[in-house]
Ligand binder design. Structure first.
Ligand code: SF4
Ligand code: SF4
Length: 428
């Protein structure tokens, strides 16, 4: 089978001197924490940096983090999660890639020393979960150095990867450098669906090999799935696959039209009713499997509206005991608890929202976090416009600011993929 990609085959990549590497990254990812602080969400680059956005991966915040996001606990606007696109390079060509993966190393990638300086600065004012992503983060030869440095500084480090480059040796190194969880993207329940989305034959099997190698080392593995039209009827099978393989978590991510996603938005974005139906089904599964599997809808803010509305309709009061971390967080955390750093140091609220807040080579991450106008705007829910501005659920939802931006050019506009009519409109 020819796994050719960018002039190389998948086998070539695995055998290359850079003996790490996995494939694309999606970020979605989460970290489960017994302590108290963390949380999660996404990223992208303004200049078409790297990696499948999704990387959005999703990070899983713990209760206190989620609490602060929801404004119910913790320090307000505390940085809980940093998605860091370390490179744009990747061996896959995913059709929904946020980062629009590159074949070669970009000259403006941060150096190892610059990465260390960023970590030092982050530690000077915060204690976030650090999600290393790309592109494919394993393409950086210093990935384990960077992860070890951050881990030794006390940060909780996670890796968002396409999983295809994780052989036994790489799995061992991932564990040894202090990474606590690995999020791997599976966009189908079988090779046919996944490989067609990833554009590389063999990528499903390679990702699954990576999962098994990590599990053999005792690592926690999370699956991230981007939901779009091509797999909208396969979500149940993906959940089954995750359960059967004893994976730690499944995070579903609703496609955001960013990077390559812009080009496929017309054909791959779910219609609003389907979006609603999947989130409602996912809520049922979250309740059904709450003691067995970590399930999270990432970058699907109105999941939280659905959760709150359904719980109320069913006479259930929401608490961490009944709904886990979802009880104390909200839909979109971009800029209020989450920051994205691109491969060249640009800072954005999330990888999908190309609103530049600053650059870590020009000013400190602390200064950007505390004084950027973009972040200040996102933290002020009174600035939301349209339906979101008058919605009774905006404190738990907020709508996806990236989808609003791509639809209207205004990241404070209403979320275009929400079917809900706020009560102020219903009661007119
Ligand atoms: S703006 Fe959208 S993609 Fe970004 S963190 Fe918020 S919900 Fe996720
Ligand atoms: S109108 Fe906006 S805030 Fe309200 S549920 Fe929909 S996306 Fe969320």
């Amino acid at each position: 089978m020819d796994f050719r990609l960018c002039g190389m085959t998948l086998r070539d990549f695995k055998n290359s001197p850079v003996n790490f590497g996995s494939i694309n990254q999606d970020y979605k990812f989460m970290i489960n924490n017994n302590n108290q602080n963390n949380n999660a969400e996404t990223a992208d680059t303004k200049d078409k940096g790297a990696g499948h956005p999704h990387g959005m991966p999703g990070v899983m915040p713990d209760a206190s983090i989620l609490g602060s996001m929801a404004g119910t606990a913790g320090k307000k606007n505390e940085l809980r999660l940093v998605f860091w696109e370390l490179t744009a390079r990747c061996n896959l060509k995913c059709i929904h890639c946020r980062a629009e993966a590159q074949e070669e190393r970009q000259k403006d990638e941060l150096s190892t020393e610059e990465c260390f300086a960023v970590i030092d600065n982050l530690c000077s004012f915060s204690n976030p979960i650090l999600i290393l992503t790309g592109g494919e983060p394993l393409y950086r030869q210093d990935i384990f150095e960077i992860a070890s440095y951050a881990s030794n500084k006390g940060l909780r480090v996670a890796l968002a990867t396409n999983g295809t480059l994780i052989d036994k040796e790489t799995a061992i190194r991932i564990k040894e450098c202090g990474i606590k969880r690995v999020a791997i993207s599976l966009d189908g329940s079988n090779a046919q669906t996944h490989d067609s989305f990833r554009m590389i034959p063999g990528s499903f099997d390679a990702a699954f090999d990576g999962i098994k190698n990590l599990q053999n080392e005792g690592m926690e593995v999370q699956v991230n799935t981007t939901i779009a039209k091509h797999n909208q009827d396969e979500v149940k099978d993906i959940l089954k696959l995750v359960l059967e393989n004893n994976l730690k978590a499944l995070h579903i991510f609703m496609l955001v039209p960013v990077g390559c996603g812009v080009q496929i938005a017309d054909t791959q974005m779910l219609d609003k009713q389907k979006y609603e139906d999947i989130l409602s089904w996912f809520y049922d599964k979250t309740m059904e499997f709450k003691d067995k599997l970590e399930l999270k809808a990432t970058c699907a803010p109105h999941y939280f509206r659905i959760m709150h509305k359904r719980a109320k309709d069913e006479g259930i009061s929401i608490s961490p005991k009944t709904h886990g971390m979802a009880a104390v967080t909200r839909g979109c955390l971009a800029g209020s608890s989450v920051m994205f750093i691109s491969r060249k140091g640009d800072v954005q609220p999330c990888g999908y929202l190309p609103a530049l807040a600053g650059n870590v080579l020009k000013e400190s991450a602390k200064k950007i976090w505390e004084s950027s106008e973009v972040f200040a705007n996102l933290r002020d829910l009174s600035l939301l416009k349209g339906k979101c501005g008058i919605c009774e659920y905006k404190k738990v939802c907020e709508g996806c600011r990236a989808r609003a931006y791509y639809e209207t050019g205004d990241y404070l506009a209403e979320e275009p993929y929400c079917i809900y009519e706020p009560s102020l409109i219903q009661n007119k």
